[in-house]
Design a binder for this molecule. Structure first.
Ligand code: FAD
Ligand code: 2HG
Ligand code: ZN
Length: 482
């Protein structure tokens, strides 16, 4: 086994000078995340340009007993792409693997390398008159590899599903350095266990994803978007029912925001304004889409809103009148994550419960949170159409950051216990990474975790593929989310 100090020179043999970074200043952007919530140290950052080079890197690291941390766009919210602070791990960035290998409009598939930025996939699809529907606020920086490894969700799941649903085939470098070529573009393939699903959502703990075959859809040629003010989460759930019954599959987006969330965006984002005159406790952004250029979606949306007014479900609404207003409304929604960072520590909880349970869940959780920290600012928003809320918390106005951080674990317990009491999940779409790897032990079936450990042992017996992520520490010491 080589000493860690030798690893950079062995990696240079594997990827050449252009693929290796060892200078601490140049490694900086790979060693901290965009929020500065997580940081680490590394022996090197290695940037292979081909699948064969990824395999050579993984073999080199395995032979040297050095851990590998796969990294895409580094936009993850749970610290999954960060090395630890030992300085012994190697960050394997996919940022030189950015080729669209092929697009097949007839088969409705695109084959891309893992380092391709999500927006580039959307653009490649659009150039062929197709749609790749995964859509996230981070789409200008996150990568296909990261989307797969976290099974990313976002705003289109309601209509098109999450990354797992959008994937037909994968190419993966396993922890022993062998390449599994599962790049099949088949919609039917019942030839035994469907291995790709093990790597999707594994957050880089079972192997390095190097390429994927993704599903395409017909381009959406008409849209209608509305901003709707509501008295309660119950009204939001009722509104989904009304819109679904009338519009069916044309419903492509349904996002909820508390007034607190909108207030933060109005305070901290340039170029946005309140679309309505009065202040309301809740809002939803509703979007319809159709492949027909002139599908009459505006009229359909207005009919749905009329019914919502008649039934006292909606308090007020505005239907966007052009692309600038559509962008402004989406800016209010997409800006929440960033705006909250200006208000002190942002304690993130990415939870999901059955849509039917949302009203009771919010009432119970808000009550418990206000009891724990009177005056706490609750920034609830997200993909309510999927039952997924970002139950994010900011300190009471004017209070101390450290005092708030000190109760982070207690507050996470409040949110998670409430989620669990509604048979929900404490990670809907962001994953476990390092932030939730311990606390998951209290909310997931012990036998399920045992099976997960068995799979990890099978794929990665040396424990060198993104260690310290996803699976709970054996000593069970829990830490709160950041
Ligand atoms: P990284 O952050 O680099 O890595 C994430 C995890 O994947 C790590 O565990 C890493 O080790 C692993 N990984 C990365 N590449 C590979 C690979 N090639 N092979 C194996 N493992 C790999 N997420 C949502 O689901 N829905 C949202 O709506 C959403 N909105 C966001 C909005 C903003 C403003 C931001 C900053 C983030 C948002 N995210 C959202 C979270 C994040 O963007 C996603 O998790 C995204 O999929 C991560 O992609 P990435 O390339 O940045 O991955
Ligand atoms: C979103 O839906 C993202 O905006 C980010 O998933 C959520 O920052 C967050 O907590
Ligand atoms: Zn989200």
């Amino acid at each position: 086994m080589s000493a860690v100090a030798d690893v950079p020179s062995l990696l240079r043999d594997a990827v050449g000078e252009a693929g290796l970074i060892t200078d601490p200043a140049d490694m900086g952007r790979y060693l901290t995340d965009w929020r500065n919530a997580y940081s680490g140290r590394a022996a090197a950052v290695v940037r292979p340009g081909t699948t064969e080079e990824v395999a050579a890197v993984v073999r080199t690291c395995r032979d040297a007993g050095v851990a590998v941390v796969p990294q895409g766009g580094n936009t993850g919210l749970c610290g999954g792409s960060m090395p630890d602070d030992s300085g012994r791990q190697v960050v394997l960035s996919l940022d030189r693997m950015r080729r669209v290998r092929g697009i097949d409009p007839v088969n409705q598939t695109v084959t891309v390398e893992a380092g391709v930025v999500l927006q580039a996939v959307q653009e490649a699809a659009a150039a062929e008159g197709c749609l790749f529907p995964l859509s996230l606020g981070s789409e200008g920086s996150c990568t296909v590899g990261g989307n797969l490894a976290t099974n990313a969700g976002g705003t289109g799941v309601l209509r098109y599903g999450n990354m797992r649903d959008l994937t037909l085939g994968l190419e993966v470098v396993l922890p022993d350095g062998r390449i599994w070529n599962g790049l099949r573009g088949l919609r039917k393939d019942n030839t035994g266990y469907d291995l790709k699903h093990l790597f999707i959502g594994a957050e880089g703990t079972l192997g390095v994803i190097t390429a994927a075959v993704l599903k395409l859809f017909p381009a959406v040629r008409s849209r209608a978007t509305a901003w709707v003010a509501l008295p309660s989460p119950q009204a939001a759930v009722d509104l989904i029912g009304i819109v679904r019954a009338l519009c069916g599959d044309r419903l492509t987006g349904f996002e909820i925001m508390s007034r607190q969330s909108v207030d933060f965006v109005l305070a901290h984002r340039a170029g946005v304004r309140d679309p309505l005159d009065a202040v309301h406790p809740w809002y939803v952004l509703v979007e319809l889409g159709d492949t027909l250029p002139d599908a009459g979606l505006g009229g359909l949306l207005e009919a749905a809103l009329e019914e919502a007014f008649e039934r006292d479900v909606a308090a007020d609404a505005v239907v966007a009148s052009g692309s600038a207003q559509v962008a402004e409304l989406w800016g209010l929604r997409e800006g929440i994550s960033e705006a909250q960072n200006f208000e002190g520590p942002s304690l993130k909880h990415d939870v999901t419960v059955p849509v039917s349970s949302i009203p009771a869940f919010v009432e119970q959780t808000d009550r418990a949170l206000q009891k724990a920290v009177p005056g706490i600012r609750i920034v609830t928003y997200g993909h309510i159409g999927d039952g997924n809320l970002h139950y994010n918390l900011s300190k009471p106005a004017g209070s101390d950051d450290d005092d708030f951080r000190a109760v982070a674990e207690e507050l996470a317990r409040v949110v998670y216990d409430s989620t669990s009491s509604f048979d929900g999940s404490i990670s809907a779409e962001h994953g476990l990474g390092q932030s939730k790897r311990d606390v998951i032990a209290d909310y997931k079936d012990a036998y399920e975790l045992e099976l997960m450990r068995g799979l990890k042992q099978l794929f990665d017996p040396d424990g060198l593929m993104n260690p310290g992520k996803v699976l709970p520490r054996e000593d069970g010491v829990a830490r709160a989310e950041r």
